[in-house]
Structure formats: C-alpha cells, structure tokens
Design a protein around this ligand. Structure first.
Ligand code: ATP
Ligand code: ATP
Ligand code: MG
Ligand code: MG
Ligand code: MG
Ligand code: MG
Length: 259
C-alpha cells in the first residue's frame, strides 16, 4: 500500500508493547460487575453450577481456538489462560493478545448462554476485563496457579458459610459478624455443627475451581475392513476439578508446562 501523507499517525504514534521472550504469559479475565450481573440473572448463591459450566465451556472454546494456550484455570467470574513459554502468538504483542482473548471469550459466553440457561433471557451484555502477566520460570507459573486455587478455597469456604447463615434466616450483616475473625477450622466446624455439612463433600468444582487442558485420549478415527474400530491417540481438551497446588497433578501431566 502506498504511503500517504497521513501515514505518520501510525508510524510515529503507535507503540506496541511486546511481552518479554522466554516467559509464560498469563491472561486473566474477570467479569465486570458480576456481583450485579449474578443478581440480575438470579444466579444460585454461593455457586450457580450452570454459570460455572458456561465459563468452563468458554475456556474449552479458547483452548480449541488458540493452540498456544496450554492451560486454563477458572473460578467464579474469572479465568486465567496460560500461553506456552515460547509462544510467538501475534509476535507477543500485548494489546493483540489481550483484546483477542477477551473478545473471543465474551462472544462465546453470549453465544452459549442459551445452552446453559434455556429459560433465562440475557438481560444485559456481559463484559470482561483482561490483563497479561509474565512468569519467567516453572516455579513462578506454578505459584501463580496455586495462588488462584488458594484464593478459590478461601473464598468458597467463606461464601459457603455466609450463604448457609443467610439462608437459615440471618441478615447479611449478621452473617458477616458471625464469620469475622474466624479461621478455616472454625468455618468447617460451623458448617458441620450448625448445618451438618462436611465441607469436603461439597462439589469439587466449587472447592477446587476448574482446570482446562489437553489430554491424550484414544479416539476412533476409522474402521478397518472387518468393521473393527481403529483408534489413535489424539489430544482432547478436557475439564477437571483437581488439586493443582501440590506436585502430583504436574508430575502426571508433564506435557502441559514443558520448559
Ligand atoms: P469487578 O467488576 O470489580 O470484577 P465484580 O462484581 O465482578 O466486580 P468480583 O470480585 O469479580 O466482583 O466477584 C464476582 C462476583 O460475581 C461475586 O459477587 C460472585 O458472587 C458473583 N458470581 C460469579 N460467578 C458466580 C456463580 N457461578 N454463582 C454465583 N455467583 C457468582
Ligand atoms: P485481520 O484479522 O488481519 O484484521 P481481516 O480479514 O479482518 O484480517 P481486514 O484488513 O481487517 O482483514 O479487512 C476486513 C475485511 O472484512 C475486508 O475483506 C472487508 O471486505 C470485510 N468487511 C468488513 N466489513 C465489511 C462490510 N460491512 N461489508 C463487506 N465486507 C466487509
Ligand atoms: Mg468480576
Ligand atoms: Mg472476580
Ligand atoms: Mg480485521
Ligand atoms: Mg523462562
């Protein structure tokens, strides 16, 4: 394309931030005003299963769309997407990566809404913010994911108690006062004694959040001359609700965060 007299507005004014090489890139998106959004769409408290499943379906669509995303972790209205360390996705341009991730996720959220809420109309456009953070080695990226899962645990334990107290007749303010200054052990006791709930029996999706990644599975690719299925190992995007803080998951899935 010929340069026009106006070309300088691009060449002299546009600056691209490129994310540093040899770093894992994490894009974390978070729903804007989902406190209100969850109220206006009557999400079940503290955890609406369908809303979480919709978030997970969006994350799966992200891994299917963008091969350089190797892992995703989600809880509540947020999702973290980990790009492989040596990705050259859009030459690591931050604004491209962020805008593509957040717009694709949001579009899928809107498109899939009716699959998860067939009887609920989408009343306002959901929207998400996004940030990118770089982690230079395996320890820091593992610690990042552990940080999010610890946060999931702390919040979910608090919210489970809070909503049990509210559903049993306390005002939100009273429930807050009951929980003020309590430790994890106290909250587990409160659930057991007042509500006969063993926290460890709560659904794993609530307690552990959701991890999305590729796993080798045997898929039927065709049939042989005798009509027997021929299976081949293929990578499939799967969801799991497991501990990602300890070493076990990562020892069993070394292909995910390969340096
Ligand atoms: P911000 O715009 O600053 O992110 P926010 O209102 O989205 O504000 P968050 O700290 O992100 O605040 O918290 C998310 C809110 O959305 C919480 O209030 C949470 O209860 C609600 N929420 C998100 N997902 C669900 C769900 N699956 N079920 C019930 N509530 C949910
Ligand atoms: P990239 O992903 O690099 O932006 P692109 O295919 O979107 O690739 P653009 O340079 O952004 O390429 O051009 C937009 C394309 O979309 C053009 O091919 C244009 O013809 C088509 N397009 C956009 N809006 C319209 C429209 N209203 N009517 C017809 N065609 C359109
Ligand atoms: Mg939010
Ligand atoms: Mg949030
Ligand atoms: Mg275009
Ligand atoms: Mg590195």
């Amino acid at each position: 394309m010929a340069n026009s007299a106006y070309e300088y507005v691009k060449s002299e004014f546009e600056f691209d931030r490129r994310l540093p090489p040899s770093n894992w890139i994490v894009v974390r998106i978070d729903g804007c005003h989902f406190h209100r959004f969850s109220k206006s769409h009557a999400f079940e408290k503290p955890n609406d299963k369908n809303a979480l499943r919709l978030m997970n379906a969006c994350a799966t669509a992200m891994l299917e769309k963008f091969p350089d995303i190797v892992f995703a972790y989600g809880v509540s209205d947020e999702y973290s997407f980990v790009f492989r360390e040596e990705t050259e996705f859009y030459h690591r341009r931050e604004s491209k990566i962020l805008s593509l991730c957040v717009s694709y996720f949001t579009s899928v959220y809107v498109m899939k809404w009716k699959n998860f809420f067939p009887n609920k109309e989408l009343k306002e456009p959901p929207y998400f913010d996004a940030r990118a953070v770089c982690y230079p080695n395996l320890k820091t990226i593992r610690d990042y994911l552990a940080w999010r899962q610890v946060d999931c645990h702390i919040n979910n334990q608090y919210n489970t108690c809070f909503w049990m107290l509210v559903k049993s007749g306390k005002s939100e303010q009273e429930a807050q006062l009951v929980l003020k200054g309590t430790f994890a052990k106290d909250k587990n006791e409160l659930l057991a004694q007042q509500f006969q709930i063993n926290y460890d029996d709560e659904p794993a999706m609530f307690r552990k959040g959701s991890s999305v990644y590729r796993e080798k599975v045997l898929l039927q690719v065709m049939v042989d001359d005798d009509g027997n299925p021929i299976k081949r190992p293929r990578l499939k995007v799967i969801e799991a609700h497991v501990d990602i803080i300890g070493p076990e998951f990562w020892e069993n899935h070394q292909h995910i965060l390969r340096e």
